[in-house]
Design a protein around this ligand. Structure first.
Ligand code: AGP
Length: 606
């Protein structure tokens, strides 16, 4: 999704803007651009498509400058094109913007009446003209205060000015924004990841704040222009490399990294000697929590759905789950004895952040399970539980999903033991099982041939289904989501028992159906549901676990067996073949696996 980088320096900066934009590419975007001051004039270079194209255009136009703002755009208002790419500029002001200006149509009409001409179909262009207009009668600071109050919606902004040649203004409402500090230069970035190659010293803007950045000074202000003091934070140095190595795609690498990330995460939370879970900074007493709400989007939501079964089984808490984009608009009854848990790989998902914000405003207990510990969601929660899986670059979430489930499982075990629902013996057995999970996951990775073969059928089909019961149902949803987002094949995830209530009508001769049936409580019922789809012509790819008991069916098209382990941990293993199925299906079709069409890694708009 959109990304912002800005640098004000006493050296040339355009090359570094391009390099930082490249770091933001993984988020998904459709166009890119840069604006700088050249001989006292604002000069823009923009393009549709990749940052490499922008780089070539910058070289051919010989664009240089000691101050610049850059942007990668993921279209919301106006289709992807060079004209709609950011920055948007007037003669005196140039703006890059993440977010959505909801009242842009009204503002545009007012500005057009005043004689301002609009070149693009974006909501952002109004900001450039509005600032230009206010600057005619106001000083710079008052202009910013007044313009920000005029804008409805969400934004992170980076702005440069013809008449203030060393100044970048940054402003935040809803969308994250960070300031970085360097020697004789300072930076603006939509997240700290964009700035990491230049500095590890950053400050974050809070909602409603703006900042004035010069090469030797940074000042922060609240909505009314009152000066705000900021802490300078040191960014964590993750040692994980962001290269594909020998892999063709980040996704393939990230799937294969899962045994390692499970191991790292388990090591962070498990005290192997005393066989106990360490969440040192847990800020509440166990009797202060009687219910739990798990909230996320997409894959993160699916991890909440799996965890619901664990919390129901092992704790006495009332458990509910919610999709963040729905949660934020519900008429909620907040309860002070409830723990609200926000799950997000990026920690920047706008809907999840908004849900957290509502809970914060209602003074609720908040916990976030994130991968990016410097993210907005992490910074604004009472308790942060990182998933420790290292940078995830592929848009499709793979290792982060396993990490999210793992931390939710660990949190569940801790609460269960603290509530005295499970005995010390069972608690320690479960911890022991967790210690073997990484190795079992490694073995599950060795199922490539069958999945590659199966993927050929999935890409030919006009649709497919993923079925499971209990813990396997959310994994069916996740398998279907992966296939949709990567291979652009229609796929439905369903509770296997629901088929007869409608979706069975979709089954026809040769339709590929994934049935998730590890030998758990639901096994026999799921196998019966499998027979029902086979009887109607479905080609079943069965995912089960290794066992001496033969499955009583002759007509299974393909079978994948994961390692054996306790049934509550099956979700970790049966996910892996589904990730691979989506990967190989996309590969066969020659699609852009790490950047599927229309999608973004970090969804920072509503
Ligand atoms: C996963 O494959 C998806 N790309 C998407 O559903 C993602 O999980 C969702 O947008 C939430 O992102 P987050 O974990 O960064 O909040």
């Amino acid at each position: 999704m959109c990304g912002i980088v800005g640098i004000t320096s006493n050296k040339e900066v355009t090359t570094r803007i391009v390099n930082s934009l490249k770091k933001l590419e993984y988020r998904g975007y459709d166009s890119a651009g840069i604006a700088t001051l050249n001989d006292g004039f604002i000069k823009e270079v923009k393009c549709e498509g990749r940052v490499e194209v922008l780089e070539k255009n910058i070289t051919s136009s010989n664009l240089q400058g000691e101050i610049a703002i850059g942007h990668v755009r993921w279209a919301t208002h106006g289709r992807p094109s060079t004209i709609n790419a950011h920055p948007h500029s007037s003669e005196t002001v140039s703006v890059v913007h993440n977010g959505i200006i909801e009242n842009s149509t009204i503002l545009k009409k007012i500005l057009e009446k005043k004689g301002y001409n609009f070149k693009s179909q974006t909501d952002t262009e109004v900001i450039a003209h509005l600032i230009t207009d206010y600057l005619k009668k106001n000083n710079l600071k008052n202009t910013i205060i007044k313009v920000l109050k005029k804008l409805h919606g969400s934004f992170a902004l980076g702005i440069i000015f013809k008449d203030y040649p060393d100044l970048i203004v940054g402003a935040r409402r809803g969308s994250p924004l960070a300031v970085g500090y360097g020697p004789n230069e300072n930076y603006l970035g939509s997240d700290s990841y964009a700035l990491k190659s230049m500095t590890n010293k950053v400050s974050y803007l809070n909602d409603g704040e703006f900042c004035l950045i010069k090469d030797n000074q940074v000042e922060f202000f609240d909505t009314n222009g009152i000066k705000v003091n900021k802490k300078i934070l040191n960014l964590s140095q993750d040692n994980q490399d962001n290269d594909k190595g020998d892999y063709k795609h980040f996704m393939a690498k990230e799937i294969d990294e899962q045994p390692t990330t499970i191991k790292n995460c388990v090591n962070e939370y498990i005290d192997k000697i005393n066989k106990q879970i360490n969440i040192y900074n847990f800020p509440w007493k166990i009797n202060q929590i009687n219910s739990i709400v798990l909230i996320g989007c997409g894959t993160a939501y699916h991890s909440c759905l799996v965890a619901k079964y664990w919390f129901e089984e092992y704790t006495s808490l009332d458990v509910s789950i919610d999709i963040a984009s729905e949660f934020r608009y519900r008429k909620l009854k907040f309860k002070s004895d409830c723990l609200y848990v926000f799950v997000s790989q990026s920690g920047e998902t706008a809907d999840t952040y908004a849900a957290l914000d509502i809970c914060k405003k209602n003074k609720m207990k908040t916990c976030s399970i994130v991968n990016v510990i410097e993210s907005s969601i992490a910074r604004d929660s009472n308790l942060v539980l990182p998933i420790h899986c290292g940078p995830e670059i592929g848009v499709a979430s793979t290792k982060a999903f396993l990490g999210q489930m793992l931390v939710l499982y660990i949190l569940c075990l801790k609460l269960s033991f603290d509530q005295k629902i499970i005995t010390k013996k069972i608690y320690q057995e479960k911890i022991k099982n967790l210690l073997s999970l990484s190795n079992l996951c490694k073995k599950t990775l060795l199922t490539d041939n069958k999945i590659q073969k199966a993927s050929k059928e999935f890409i030919k089909a006009k649709g497919s289904m993923f079925l499971g019961r209990g813990y396997s149902f959310p994994i069916a949803l996740e398998g279907a989501l992966k296939l949709k987002e990567l291979a652009y094949v229609h796929a439905e995830g369903y509770p296997a028992g629901e088929m007869k209530h409608g979706p069975l009508a979709l089954i026809e001769e040769g339709m590929p159906v994934v049935v998730l049936a590890p030998r758990d409580n639901h096994y026999k019922k799921t196998i019966s549901n499998m027979q029902e789809v086979i009887a109607r012509g479905a080609k079943v790819l069965l995912v089960t676990n290794k066992s001496k008991d033969e499955i009583q069916s002759e007509n299974i098209w393909e079978k994948i067996e994961v390692e054996n382990l306790t049934e509550d941990l099956f979700p970790f293993l049966i996910t892996v073949p589904l990730q691979k199925l989506a990967y190989y299906s996309a590969l066969q079709n020659g699609y852009d696996i790490d950047k599927p069409r229309n999608l973004a890694k970090s969804v920072t708009v509503e």
